[in-house]
Design a protein around this ligand. Sequence first.
Ligand SMILES: [Zn+2]
Length: 884
Amino acid sequence: MTKTSRISWSIVALLLLGFMLQEPLAGQGRVTSPEQFFGFRMGADRKIARWDKLVEYYLLVEKQAGGKVKVVDMGPTEMDNPFLLVIVTSPANQKNLEQLRQNNLKLSDPRGLTEAEARKIAAAGKPMVCMTMSMHASEIGGAQMAPELVYDLVTRQDEDTRRILDNVVFLLVPSFNPDGQIMVTDWYNKYLGTEYEGGDLPWLYNKYVGHDNNRDALTMNMKESRYVGRLLFTEWKPQAYFDFHHMGSYGARIFFPPYAEPIRPLADPLVWTESAMYGGQMANAAAEAGLSGVMNNGQYSGWGHFGFHWITPFHNIAGMLTESASARVATPLYIDPSQLTGRSRNQQNPREEQMNFPDPWPGGWWTLRGIVERQKVGAWALLDGMARNAETIVWNTYLKATRQTERGARGKPAAYAISATQHDRLAAFELVNALLDQGIEVMRSAKGFSTPGGVAYPPGSFYVTLAQPKMGLVRYLLGETHYPENEWTRRQDGTPIWPYDMGQDVLAEFMGIAVDPLDEAIDADFAKVSPIVPAGTVTKGPAGYVIDGRLNDAFKAVNLLFDRDVPVRRADAPAGGLRPGDFLVGPDAPGDVLAGIARDTGVDFAPLKAEPKAAHALTRLRVGMYQRYGGGNMDEGWTRWIFEQFAFRFTSVRDAEIKKGNLDASFDVLVFPDDSTATITGEPPAAGEAGRRGWYREPRYEAVPDTTPPEYRSGIGAEGVAAVKEFVRKGGTLVTLGDATDFAISKLGLPVRNAVEGLGPKEFFCPGSTLRVRIDTSHPLAYGMPAEGLVLFHYSPAFDVVATDFNDRNDIVVRYADRNVERSGWLNGEKYIAGKTAMASVGYGQGRVVLIGFRTQNRAQTLGTYKFLFNALVTPPARAREQG
Ligand SMILES: [Zn+2]
């Protein structure tokens, strides 16, 4: 059909409809199709609709769709693009939206309602579903599919469509990552038609966190995460959530729910059975449409990281994921049938029929259109399934919430207590605020409270009951958690099967906050807590002021003081209530500046009564952080974000600047975030390097020809290594995090050995676990830390510092405990790590190398260990040696 004839047909249809319904024509006009608007069919080869045009399209459809579409601008993204929510439902529901939302909120936390009241509310309720598109921006299918889905919903006149619009409120996030959508589109178009067409973006597709935006559901540090978190966890609480992704190219064509084993226990069974029901409907609809290569109940385990689609089940939402096989962005990928060899959980062979994969894809050209079609069928099946079962699904909201609350009330622990007395009291507020962001109810007692066993909690302590709808989430964020050990988590020969990311998600442990499980519920004068914004105080003493060095935020305060040229010193010995690491400010410091900083950071400027016995003047060190291409380094992005939050001044340093040498002219401290040696240097991986971590990664084949344009090929090379050596030898501090410690050890020839190098997973295996450590708090790199603590270990290295004639130059700052090393997660092979070094400072020439093997600032969540990194940014090498 030509464009002209379609338009005229639409006008005729519109006129007829207008006359028949005797409704005003305003708002009932022709709806522009995506193909008309964008000039190509969604998913057409080598075509991508860019975010600015997508926004325009949704705004246009809102005007044209006769009240079925409402576009909400939720606010700016990290890079100032609009973040949209597109609500699609019948005009009647749109008018009644606020009431429907309120009904939903009541049913999702029905404490205090009688069953009869709940039934009345449910009878007036409508199920809601949230779908989010292309949070991983290189996984472009979802954002391209969504306009067509919306167009179909507002233009199709059949009974199915009417049922969906009448019965379901569809909350569409048409791009979870608009910034990345723009970057990926522009990159793709820039190299279209060249030898680099379809290659990867060389930097992160989110200003800070790249692919890890999925791991941000726990603390929601990014703006985009906050918008979606609000939608899911507190403001709408839809019954179902569906997140659109892509996966590797050589297995199934698309994965639909439910997840495979192992399950993560403690959710209400209905979230899993609903997922299975929807997933069955999706697979069925795809089979009806003759779309092959659909797998469900495979590959993605029910126990995964607490990303959005995996945390939602513990919000009583049927949280689901779909993953499509990737093409080369919008460029078709040819696959010979013999190349379909991608095996995964519960999929043996993508060329053979299986119960959860009854129609293998035959191979050939794999296209973006193939992705769009399958995704659209899945999305539609979910809407259709909800529409047909609307009453049941709404009532299940009440069932899930009530049953989880009762389960929490019956079980042990009954609650958690968070004492107002904490090592870092401001970090404790951050934990409480993070719980509130999840929609968890937190109580506080102004007078304090006691347990029946006689444990007293001081005034201002917090209390979190398990007798609330999100009890499972409370358990996982606050309580010791151990990854399951069963047939689903080990192969027959005993080899552990790697979990999807971490072994646990105990936020309290990441943040270094002491949280006590209470066997029995306590009745005290509790009041519900709202978000805490602490404001610090300023009180002058005879010798000036002291800032508690145990607070992470003390570093922010110090950096803000540096900004205003206020001198700061640091105590080096305990005396008169001072602890090593406390920051000192003289009595002449301007009071208004201190007041402003106290207000902004929450830290107190407390009275300093007398001059300390030992203290040193702090100077602001010049910090550089290595930033590479190769898709960017998420750990670098998170670290950059943390530095900004804590007002550290720093410079991102690329390969070219490192290779140039003379680094000491610009920097005192160089930070290398978690990365492999080969990635840092750009050399091919050494034979042994894949040993420790490589086994659980997919084998990668270098693309021939390389689709990375030469100017974006990364690596500091031999010149860069020489420059880094020279920098440290002349007095610089090299801070290496995680795997980057191997770069320092191997390239600088440090007398340090990775104690877990070369051990196979049957011997040693430790994914995302919190481990017990002992800390030398007299060392400046550990100032402000407790003597015993927890660190996050994620396939990390651990060290033996080898004996040499110069042992006095090398300091062991943090060691793993000698026994009972695991606090939470999954530690297989404790003997290999017990007592080993977790963090060391190693002298090299006039400078020093700081090796932090564990994830000291992981995803901006491990607040409990930030200070190891921060100390390294403010401590000059000479001081570390003297003090060590
Ligand atoms: Zn993804």
